[in-house]
Design a protein around this ligand. Structure first.
Ligand SMILES: [Zn+2]
Ligand SMILES: [Zn+2]
Length: 378
């Protein structure tokens, strides 16, 4: 509204320019009661306008500084010098008896912010995925089918049955918010009936049951990098649910569960396994083949190897999914004592035994495989 066309504040409150503060206050009370929107349901729009004007006039005329500026320069004196010509919050407190039961006066006074639709980011989705040990080791590209909420095309996302449109929410009169007076404070809450949209559908869209979004199965290609482990969480940006009212989509989180391997144990990128060797192989030394991720790996067992010895095959572990090289493969050898023997084997072993000397005294305590590796290679 241009300043030139704006009505005079004294006129709005029907008081003379010489009116005292008390007179102005009681004039405003009269005007506020007269034009209270709740008391003028038939002519709500005009009542709101008058109510807003009277409140603005009182905001200025009840403040000695603003009133002086207005008396000298008119509306220009208020708007030009940093004064806020709008309503003054203390009025709510002063006239609590008038405002107390009236929901939404802030919107009336503030010019209205109706029918706002809340833009909401879509929800994040979680997808649990099982991988074999080998898939996790080598990485895999796979397609997954996943149900997720999509924009309903039948109703263009409005949730309204075709041709029926929307109507202002009755609970909040289209404001999207409810106001409660609590003592001196006005508590504003999102309207639960329309979730703040200010409007509700007349008849629900049958396709999406009024939700505006609909569950559809989508196929998404996932690229799992090599070396992932259980509980690895991969984020796929933008593949979550679509946002409400044009909001951005959420993300998809793929949570991996990797099956255990029958004989490889895993610690980060390193692999551990235990290989049995015979007493003779341990004593004499030999070359064996141990199963690796990419086929068999040759391992030299030196002469006089003790049970529980650990050998490292460098770089034969898992790739680091963050791109930092490869882990190692640790082979723990266990010397197997022969059980059932033939008479001939027994005779030979007795002959050998007579020539071997071992001092039978307590040896060091055993530590765990991982600790041993740390001690030896750490
Ligand atoms: Zn629909
Ligand atoms: Zn509502």
């Amino acid at each position: 509204m241009a300043a030139a066309q704006k009505r005079d504040y004294y006129e709005m409150l029907s008081v003379p320019r010489t009116a005292a503060a008390e007179e102005i206050k009681s004039a405003y009370r009269k005007a506020a009661l007269k034009w209270h929107p709740d008391r003028n349901p038939r002519d709500k729009h005009q009542a709101e306008e008058r109510f807003r004007e009277a409140t603005e006039a009182y905001s200025v005329l009840s403040d000695p500084q603003k009133r002086a500026a207005y008396d000298r320069y008119g509306h220009a004196g208020i708007s030009g010098v940093g004064f806020d010509a709008g309503f003054n919050r203390t009025i709510f407190e002063e006239f609590q008896d008038i405002f107390g039961d009236f929901f939404g006066f802030e919107e009336v006074l503030g010019g209205g912010r109706r029918g706002r639709s809340r833009v909401q980011r879509g929800a994040d989705l979680r997808y649990d995925m099982n991988l074999s040990f080998e898939e996790a080791a080598s990485g895999v590209t796979t397609k997954v089918k996943l149900p997720r909420l999509e924009f309903c095309e039948a109703c263009n996302g409005t949730g309204a049955k075709a041709g029926t449109g929307v109507t202002a929410c009755q609970s909040c009169a289209g404001r999207g918010q409810l106001h409660y007076q609590q003592g001196f404070f006005t508590v504003t809450r999102t309207c639960p009936a329309c979730q703040g949209a200010g409007q509700v559908v007349r008849e629900r869209c049958v396709e999406c049951r009024g939700q505006g979004r609909i569950e559809k199965e989508r196929t998404i290609e996932l690229r799992i990098p090599p070396g992932v482990d259980s509980q690895t969480r991969l984020r796929v940006p933008g593949e979550g649910e679509k946002g409400a009212n044009g909001g951005p989509p959420g993300d998809l989180y793929v949570v991996l569960e990797v099956k255990e391997h029958p004989f490889f144990e895993r610690r980060n990128a390193d692999l551990y396994c235990t290989i049995p060797i015979s007493f003779a192989q341990a004593a004499l030394g030999t070359e064996i083949f141990v199963p690796g991720l990419n086929g068999d790996e040759k391992l030299k067992i030196p002469e006089g190897t003790q049970t529980g010895s650990i050998f490292r095959l460098k770089g034969k572990g898992l790739p680091d999914p963050h791109g930092g090289g490869k882990g190692d493969l640790y082979v723990n050898v266990r010397v197997v004592t022969p059980g059932k023997m033939s008479r001939e084997q027994r005779r030979l072993l007795e002959q050998l035994g007579a020539t071997l000397q071992v001092e039978n005294r307590p040896a060091e305590r055993n530590s765990s495989l991982f600790e041993k590796v740390k001690d030896i290679f750490g």
